[in-house]
Design a protein around this ligand. Structure first.
Ligand code: AMP
Ligand code: MG
Length: 483
């Protein structure tokens, strides 16, 4: 079967960057979800074929024409510990060129062991693959750069974790799978000029604006830092917690990647952590900017040999670049907060205005998304936040600030309604969809949720239940990597 316009440019890198690997066929592949609108957008157009044939290809039982499957090597700091890694349960089928010339990796995740599997089985469970589908598609609809989910196929085989689960394979679409960890791998192996070749390949693929400069590697470093600062600020704006920001889970092109124990925060609290393995809150909501900077520092270290022949000069360049991250992040964050508050101009008091609101939300355990949405639609909630005298004073100051820039509250709210989502993939909705799919194979909750997430800014009769915060947020809610 074809339908893809595959190229395999990654194989032009030195041979130690990847290994040829084939998916391991599964017993009974069945399509759980196929993202037809994404397929259309990509220009993936298979010849008319039965669902069974499609499922067989997206399970890796049959290989698409033009595919030369590989597993990619990388390394990474996992919870700050350095390890050599690689695609242990994923296989890159190829890079698809869309009709308009955009390049996307097509990867199967959960497709069986590879040379990098270490002690793992190379498999994935249905729950975590559906979670990745829901959250990545939700992020996309929110306008946040992310890998996409094209298909989820159940395998008809069990996977064994602490108990037996249904196996599944996700087809992931990404601008690439080049990670901070890929650069760490190149720096650690020091073979065949691999670091320079990887940097040149990545610049060519993702940062062509840096190609001609004499300071190309410095520009590249700065550009990667800038995209990450922007990306993490976008996460913060919607209350997204990645959950496992290891350097191998940070994509160089600035997409959100590797959805594991990720989740959206309901009640606002900077310390919010959902991941069952994050005992010390390293990857808590409020820590994400600092961790991004830490990861980028690891990235800059890998580039040292390219930044200057003189080690001291290279260190200075790297340090200067990394030191700019906090200001760059704050700039994006503040711009995001201004937009969430309907502000169109910049004022030195905006940081304070934003922080005062957040402290009040913290004090009253207010729902993050619902509070901003309520400010946008002029509605009310039964949260004690809205009757707190300090909040009423804050609202007056905010309205005053709007008036000073010549805005009315009404015009600001029109802008805010298209920036503050009404529908996000809340934990209770995700769990509901996962439970129904897992326990009874019922996909209707999943389909309805995916449909609601497509229009996050809409308030319709159909999406009422998707807009409501949970009646009581479970303080013990935990998410699992599902590996
Ligand atoms: P993750 O925490 O999902 O980002 O995975 C970290 C590393 O472990 C990556 O190199 C994965 O490929 C690998 N890995 C995760 N789960 C499995 C598995 N079930 N079998 C083999 N390798 C795995
Ligand atoms: Mg990973």
């Amino acid at each position: 079967m074809n339908g893809w316009n595959f190229q395999n440019s990654y194989s032009s890198l030195p041979a130690h960057f990847y290994q040829r690997a084939l998916p391991t066929p599964v017993r009974d592949p069945r399509m759980v979800f196929f993202n037809a609108s994404l397929a259309d957008a990509l220009g993936f157009s298979p010849e008319p074929s039965s669902p069974a044939i499609l499922a067989s290809h997206f399970a890796g039982n049959s290989i698409f024409n033009g595919s030369e499957p590989i597993a990619q090597a990388y390394a990474g700091h996992q919870f700050a510990h350095f390890t050599m890694l690689g695609d242990g349960r994923a296989i890159l089928l190829g890079e698809h060129l869309t009709p308009s010339g955009e390049r996307f990796d097509v990867q199967l995740k959960g497709s069986g062991p590879t040379p990098y599997s270490r002690r793992g089985d190379g498999r994935a469970a249905l729950g975590p693959m559906i979670r990745e589908l829901i959250i990545s598609e939700g992020m996309h609809a929110l306008g946040i750069p992310t890998t996409r989910s094209l298909a989820v196929v159940s395998t008809g085989e069990p996977v064994y974790r602490d108990h037996s689960l249904q196996g599944a394979i996700l087809t992931r679409i990404a601008r690439s799978h080049i990670r901070v960890g890929t650069f760490q791998f190149a720096a650690a192996t020091q073979r065949d000029d691999g670091l320079k070749k990887l940097a040149d390949y990545t610049i060519d693929r993702h940062y062509p604006e840096c190609i001609s400069a004499t300071t190309r590697y410095r520009d590249f470093l700065n550009a990667v830092i800038d995209r990450q600062a922007k990306l993490v600020s976008q996460w913060m704006m919607v209350g997204f917690i990645h959950g496992v920001m290891n350097t191998d889970n940070m994509s160089i092109c600035g997409e959100t990647i590797d959805y594991g124990p990720c989740a959206f925060m309901d009640q606002y609290h900077p310390d919010t952590v959902f991941s069952s393995i994050d005992h010390h809150g390293r990857y808590a909501y409020g820590n994400q900017p600092v961790i991004a900077q830490w990861n980028l520092a690891r990235f800059s270290e890998t580039l040292l040999p390219l930044l200057s022949e003189d080690r001291g000069a290279a260190l200075t360049i790297a340090k200067e670049a990394i030191d700019r991250f906090p200001a760059s992040f704050l700039g994006y964050w503040l711009q995001g907060m201004r937009s969430k508050l309907g502000l169109e101009t910049e004022n030195p008091g905006d940081l304070d205005l934003s922080n005062r609101l957040l402290s009040l939300m913290l004090k009253h355990e207010a729902d993050y998304t619902y509070t901003f949405r309520t400010l946008s639609n002029g509605g009310s909630t039964d949260s004690p936040l809205f009757t707190d005298a300090e909040f009423i004073k804050w609202k007056q100051d905010w309205n005053q600030r709007l008036a000073e820039e010549g805005s009315t509250l009404e015009s600001a709210q029109v802008r805010m309604l298209s920036l503050n989502p009404a529908v996000i993939p809340r934990n209770h909705l995700v769990e509901e969809a996962l439970l129904a799919a897992n326990e009874s194979g019922n996909l209707s909750a999943l389909e309805k949720l995916l449909e609601a997430l497509k229009n996050p800014y809409a308030e319709t009769e159909v999406n009422v239940r998707y807009r409501e915060p949970p009646t009581r947020t479970d303080p013990d809610y935990r998410t699992f990597c599902g590996t």
